[in-house]
Design a protein around this ligand. Structure first.
Ligand code: ADP
Ligand code: MG
Length: 452
């Protein structure tokens, strides 16, 4: 079956330039075709977005020519995209369809050492701006005297805003300043699985000891804590023991502990005893500074206008900002023209839709309605009852973000006459989800319903 991919590639090779073919398709593989769900393995996450935006139709057509039925296509980073013997066993990080691109993969994050830290994250390459200056100043304080004033250090903020980078940098800098310290970084999910493993192998004691010997424990993505009583209790105990010994505890999360449903109230309150620091969306100047610094670090030339264009157009987070930046540089290299020239000749389109699976405006309205126990007709009615109005705004938001539908067209889809009402509605949701985590979860769930 995987010979099919050879044929597909041969066909694509005929259709596009040799340079593009070798840049984008070499090292790809076909991981699965089950029930029309096509999964293509790629070398790293940059390729996902490029292949999706530029070649999805080409790939689909060529698969179909080769008698493979296609209902949707997704991409996964696989550490060796050429291995085909046991394709599903390749270590890969699947990329959620909606989030689509540029997510950190495990392979990119190596090398790890026993501290769990990745040395590429430093404070020097963490750009300070108005979006993160308080957190960075606390971080400097912690590095100078761990376990002292900002303990526990609780850092929260949306995805891609630099939580992992900053706490890893703290860990690395603590080790530089205090080489004899025992520092350990772990995502909460690994903490869990290690704990369960330890218990199952009768190594509970060792697990316990290992953590209690630490001078600094860094727990990432605490919001993923689940309601497994035993391991939450274990974490709580470790937390208390380390805290009493004045050992530094650092925890990140995408929201405040009190907003995580499954967390024990006492633990939630302890986590923010020393305050909670947040990372916010970077402002235009912050984004330019980050890109400028990145260009310098990577030793690449990019025009100031090109940087400003990217900064103006990426409004999601820093991860996406870096993703666009790298994509544009890669394209510029492939085509042999400068980033600004690429932008000027219309080859760059940042504001495109981020979905990987096809959906329609009607489907979005239907799913939103269903989620809120309403009908599409309710949404299109002029009703101003608050739950209907809210659902309508969510629908408008998703139509804009997921399908890039223009505001006048959105107005038609949701039964409004005035497209400024649409703009207002979209902005309201954009601003509400920054603080309203229930709404954010709801929107994530609706997206899952749409694409899942
Ligand atoms: P989070 O853990 O909040 O999801 P990450 O720490 O993984 O986010 O950051 C996403 C990407 O953005 C990383 O590549 C990180 O290095 C980069 N980044 C985030 N904030 C900054 C910053 N202030 N300066 C430089 N790079 C940053
Ligand atoms: Mg992170």
């Amino acid at each position: 079956m995987y010979d099919v991919w050879k044929n597909v590639l041969a066909e694509i090779e005929q259709q596009i330039s040799a340079a593009n073919y070798s840049t984008w398709f070499q090292g790809t593989s076909l991981l699965s075709t089950d029930n029309g769900h096509i999964i293509i393995g790629v070398k790293n996450s940059f390729f996902i977005k490029q292949l999706h935006n530029r070649y999805l139709d080409t790939i689909k057509a060529s698969l179909e020519h080769n008698n493979v039925s296609v209902s949707d296509i997704s991409f996964e980073v696989s550490s060796n995209a050429k291995v085909t013997a046991h394709p599903r066993e390749i270590t890969h990080t699947s990329v959620a369809p909606i989030k689509s691109h540029i997510s950190k993969t495990k392979t990119e994050l190596t090398p790890y050492n026993s501290t769990g830290l990745n040395q590429k994250y430093t404070l020097d390459n963490f750009i300070v701006g108005s979006n993160n200056d308080l957190a960075v100043s606390a971080a400097r304080n912690i590095i100078a005297s761990p376990g002292d004033r900002y303990n526990p250090f609780f850092l929260y903020g949306g995805p891609g805003l630099g939580k992992t980078h900053l706490v890893q940098a703290i860990g690395n800098e603590i080790l530089k300043a205090h080489p004899d310290f025992k520092v350990f970084y772990t995502p909460i999910s690994h903490f869990y699985s290690d704990f369960i493993d330890a218990i199952q192998n009768g190594k509970g004691k060792e697990f316990n000891l290992k953590f209690r010997k630490l001078d600094c424990l860094i727990i990432d993505d605490f919001q993923l804590i689940v309601n497994k009583e035993k391991s939450q209790e274990e974490f709580f105990n470790i937390f208390n023991d380390l805290y009493q010994l004045n050992k530094q505890i650092i925890v990140t999360s995408d929201r405040l502990p009190s907003q995580i449903k499954t967390v024990d109230e006492r633990l939630a309150s302890r986590l923010t005893w020393a305050g909670a620091f947040d990372l916010q969306l970077p402002k235009f100047e912050d984004k330019c500074a980050i890109l400028r610094a990145k260009a310098e670090l990577d030793g690449v030339n990019i025009e100031q206008e090109a940087i400003e264009y990217i900064a103006e157009n990426v409004n999601t987070n820093i991860r996406d900002l870096e993703g666009e930046f790298s994509t544009i540089l890669l394209m510029s290299e492939v085509r042999g023209i400068t980033p600004l020239e690429l932008i000027q000749n219309g080859s760059v389109n940042i504001n495109r839709t981020s979905k990987l699976r096809p959906t329609s405006a009607k489907q979005i309205v239907d799913k939103v309605a269903k989620y809120y126990n309403l009908t599409a007709k309710d949404i299109r009615s002029r009703s101003r009852v608050s739950n209907i109005k809210n659902a309508r705004q969510v629908a408008m938001y998703l139509l804009s973000k997921e399908l890039n539908v223009s505001t006048p067209k959105i107005a038609t889809e949701v039964g409004l006459q005035n497209h400024t009402t649409v703009m207002h509605g979209i902005r309201k949701i954009e601003s509400d989800i920054k603080t309203d985590f229930t709404l954010r979860d709801q929107i994530d769930e609706i997206k899952e319903n749409i694409y899942g």
